[in-house]
Design a binder for this molecule. Structure first.
Ligand SMILES: *[C@@H]1O[C@H](CO)[C@@H](O)[C@H](O)[C@H]1NC(C)=O
Ligand SMILES: *[C@@H]1O[C@H](CO)[C@@H](O)[C@H](O)[C@H]1NC(C)=O
Ligand SMILES: *[C@@H]1O[C@H](CO)[C@@H](O)[C@H](O)[C@H]1NC(C)=O
Ligand SMILES: *[C@@H]1O[C@H](CO)[C@@H](O)[C@H](O)[C@H]1NC(C)=O
Ligand SMILES: *[C@@H]1O[C@H](CO)[C@@H](O)[C@H](O)[C@H]1NC(C)=O
Ligand SMILES: *[C@@H]1O[C@H](CO)[C@@H](O)[C@H](O)[C@H]1NC(C)=O
Ligand SMILES: *[C@@H]1O[C@H](CO)[C@@H](O)[C@H](O)[C@H]1NC(C)=O
Ligand SMILES: *[C@@H]1O[C@H](CO)[C@@H](O)[C@H](O)[C@H]1NC(C)=O
Ligand SMILES: *[C@@H]1O[C@H](CO)[C@@H](O)[C@H](O)[C@H]1NC(C)=O
Ligand SMILES: *[C@@H]1O[C@H](CO)[C@@H](O)[C@H](O)[C@H]1NC(C)=O
Ligand SMILES: *[C@@H]1O[C@H](CO)[C@@H](O)[C@H](O)[C@H]1NC(C)=O
Ligand SMILES: *[C@@H]1O[C@H](CO)[C@@H](O)[C@H](O)[C@H]1NC(C)=O
Length: 549
């Protein structure tokens, strides 16, 4: 939240220290006009009285000579429109209206202001298109704007390049979480040499990633996930060698991750290209990105083995490679250098062999998911060395010895999610006493219909199967009825009293009825476990994201 680094900081401090002269009438009138534009001001009016000094008003800061330099009205419950009159405050440097309920457009007077350095209208309901300034404004106008945060609004339309013609000081632009469409803009860097942060995620941009971004020599953060971008990562992009954060998840990018190019981004800490159409291998050269902390290439079509060079990226905290075509003996990879690793997700690949023993030297590991691979063998007692492990998913492999597995895991005091279904073929559930323990377990694997036996699981502190494609009636009674509607949301085929969607006669009888009179925790655990061994990767995934993203 802190607004750091720019010339404005010291200026504000200075001005607050000196006793203010009273504000001038023209500026007071501009502020009152802004107030008039609001339909709901949550008591601001009481402070903003015409017969008082506007430098004393709530949210207003003046310079020593009585000029309004800051308007700070975040979290005020303001409704209505932003009046263009704020553009008349010729000394205004910082305007924050974030986290209100403002509607209407963003007056182009503000974008064209010759004084505003920081403009933050994020988290409102502003809409309409951003208009390039009328030619009248742009004539010989220097725009000191450094930070523009218009994120989390309802803006639409394209991102006109004309808008940025004069913004030669722009450092940060956050336009994420709107409905902008058209081509991704890129002219910032040629206009402002210090341009450093661009966030366009959660919009509707399409077309390819513009090569022009390669000219952004100061660009540190580039995020444009959740758009409809296509094509490959352009060669030119890798010329933006200051990049620390490169994030384009959930687009339609294709091509390979080119080893010779990626190593040009020596400062890269975060690489997220998940949810695209990338093919080929993870290049060996990735081992040269020594600062890499986060590697997410999930949901692509990446094949080959885990490059052994990756073990040189000792700062890695998160590795998410789930849902690809990676293969090879997992034991060939040396995990022992990755002592900072917290999340390792290799779900839905084709890794073979056993769980490498050296994975247990990643002592900070909190989430380990190896489900849906071709792994086999028995769980090593060394897993007990992972003192922070809270999520473990091994389902849909060919692990053996359920008794051993539960005995090893039951004493873990940190484990709260355990997904081990679809292994242990032909084995019987162990005797009841084996599955005591599991003191902190909150989530068990269940299959993606909701089994009636869950009603008996009174120890399940949290329960949420929302957005899960579940079908059929929700069982009544027991603990399930105490969960709210939101635990079940996003499952259009579910029915039941809890979610206020009556079941038709066809669904009236739950498919599976398990009768047990015992509500003893351990017994219930055994029943749920025994009867619902199968587990869908979908549920697995939802649980992980609930805990770690
Ligand atoms: C808007 O973005 C700027 C620059 O990143 C940041 O300083 C500010 O805190 C953001 N506003 C909110 C409400 O997060
Ligand atoms: C504020 O007061 C001035 C004179 O004191 C008057 O001219 C002006 O109309 C008033 N503005 C509002 C919005 O009441
Ligand atoms: C631009 O300025 C001219 C002359 O000052 C004026 O006639 C015209 O209405 C202005 N146009 C806009 C769009 O403000
Ligand atoms: C942009 O704003 C959103 C909130 O609207 C925030 O989540 C995101 O972190 C911001 N991006 C950057 C790069 O600060
Ligand atoms: C998007 O904006 C909406 C409305 O301001 C907000 O509730 C939501 O959290 C934002 N989403 C993200 C991902 O920032
Ligand atoms: C990348 O930058 C180098 C100079 O650093 C330049 O020679 C080269 O043409 C640029 N490559 C692209 C693809 O823009
Ligand atoms: C995935 O890659 C393989 C080759 O490795 C190719 O045959 C297949 O068509 C690709 N699938 C998709 C969906 O791109
Ligand atoms: C790791 O880096 C060292 C030194 O940079 C290098 O000699 C070694 O070959 C690298 N290891 C792998 C597995 O690439
Ligand atoms: C584990 O994480 C803690 C802080 O989160 C850190 O101090 C410690 O060095 C890490 N352990 C290893 C082996 O890196
Ligand atoms: C997985 O690997 C096995 C053995 O290496 C191979 O037989 C099988 O075809 C692979 N499966 C897929 C889906 O690639
Ligand atoms: C699973 O492992 C068992 C014994 O280790 C072996 O007999 C069986 O073929 C394996 N099943 C699969 C599907 O790999
Ligand atoms: C399964 O594990 C138990 C407990 O660790 C052990 O006593 C038993 O010998 C194992 N069974 C097999 C077939 O390895």
């Amino acid at each position: 939240m802190a607004f750091i680094g720019f010339a404005l900081g010291p200026l504000l401090l200075l001005s607050m220290a000196s006793p203010a002269c009273s504000c001038n009438e023209k500026e007071k009138a501009s502020l009152l006009q802004f107030l008039t534009g609001l339909s709901q001001d949550e008591g601001l009016r009481a402070s903003w009285q015409n017969d008082t000094d506007c430098c004393e008003w709530e949210g207003i800061t003046c310079s020593g000579d009585g000029a309004v330099i800051e308007v700070s009205l975040a979290f005020r419950g303001l409704q209505g429109c932003i009046s263009p009159s704020l553009g008349d405050l010729t000394n205004l440097q910082s305007l924050s209206l974030s986290y209100n309920l403002l509607t209407g457009g963003l007056p182009s007077e503000l974008l064209a202001s010759s004084s505003i350095v920081m403009l933050d209208v994020s988290f409102n309901h502003l809409n309409g298109v951003l208009k390039p300034q009328e030619s009248n404004y742009s004539v010989a106008n220097y725009r000191p704007l450094q930070v523009l945060n218009i994120s989390s609004n309802l803006f639409t339309g394209e991102f006109p390049s004309g808008l940025w013609e004069k913004t030669s000081s722009l450092v940060v632009l956050n336009a994420s979480n709107n409905s902008f469409h058209g081509l991704m803009p890129s002219s910032f860097c040629t206009i402002s040499l210090s341009f450093a942060v661009l966030d366009l995620s959660y919009n509707k941009f399409s077309g390819s990633i513009p090569p022009g971004l390669g000219k952004c020599s100061a660009l540190r953060v580039l995020k444009a996930g959740r758009n409809s971008l296509s094509g490959p990562l352009p060669d030119e992009l890798f010329n933006a060698s200051s990049l620390e954060y490169l994030s384009f998840p959930s687009n339609g990018l294709h091509g390979v991750l080119d080893g010779a190019r990626i190593i040009k981004l020596k400062k890269l800490c975060h690489l997220n290209l998940g949810g695209n159409k990338l093919i080929g291998k993870i290049p060996d050269s990735i081992g040269q990105l020594k600062k890499l902390q986060e590697l997410r290439l999930y949901r692509n079509n990446i094949s080959g083995e885990l490059p052994s060079a990756l073990s040189n990226c000792t700062d890695l905290v998160t590795v998410d490679l789930k849902i690809n075509k990676l293969s090879g003996e997992l034991t060939k990879f040396n995990f022992s250098n990755l002592s900072n690793l917290k999340t390792l997700d290799l779900m839905e690949n084709n890794f073979t062999g056993t769980i490498p023993e050296n994975i247990y030297s990643c002592s900070n590991l909190t989430a380990l998911r190896l489900s849906s691979n071709n792994l086999h063998g028995q769980l090593s007692p060394r897993i007990g060395e992972l003192k922070s492990l809270s999520f473990l998913s091994l389902s849909l492999n060919n692990f053996t010895n359920i008794t051993n597995t539960l005995q090893i895991l039951k004493n873990s005091s940190t484990l709260n999610t355990l997904v081990i279904g679809d292994n242990f073929k032909g084995e019987a559930m162990p005797e009841d006493e084996t599955i005591g323990g599991f003191l902190n377990l909150e989530v068990l694997s269940i299959p993606g219909e909701i089994p009636l036996a869950l009603n008996k699981l009174t120890f399940l502190a949290k329960f949420n199967v929302s957005n899960n494609n579940l079908e059929g009636p929700i069982p009544t009674g027991g603990q399930l009825s105490t969960f709210t509607n939101s635990s079940f949301g996003g499952n259009p085929k579910l029915c039941g009293i809890i979610i206020d969607r009556p079941c038709g006669s066809a669904e009236a009888h739950p498919v599976r009825i398990l009768s047990t009179e015992q509500t003893d925790r351990r017994v219930a655990f055994a029943i749920a476990f025994g009867a619902f061994f199968g587990v869908g990767a979908l549920y697995d995934q939802i649980v992980l994201s609930r805990h770690f993203y």
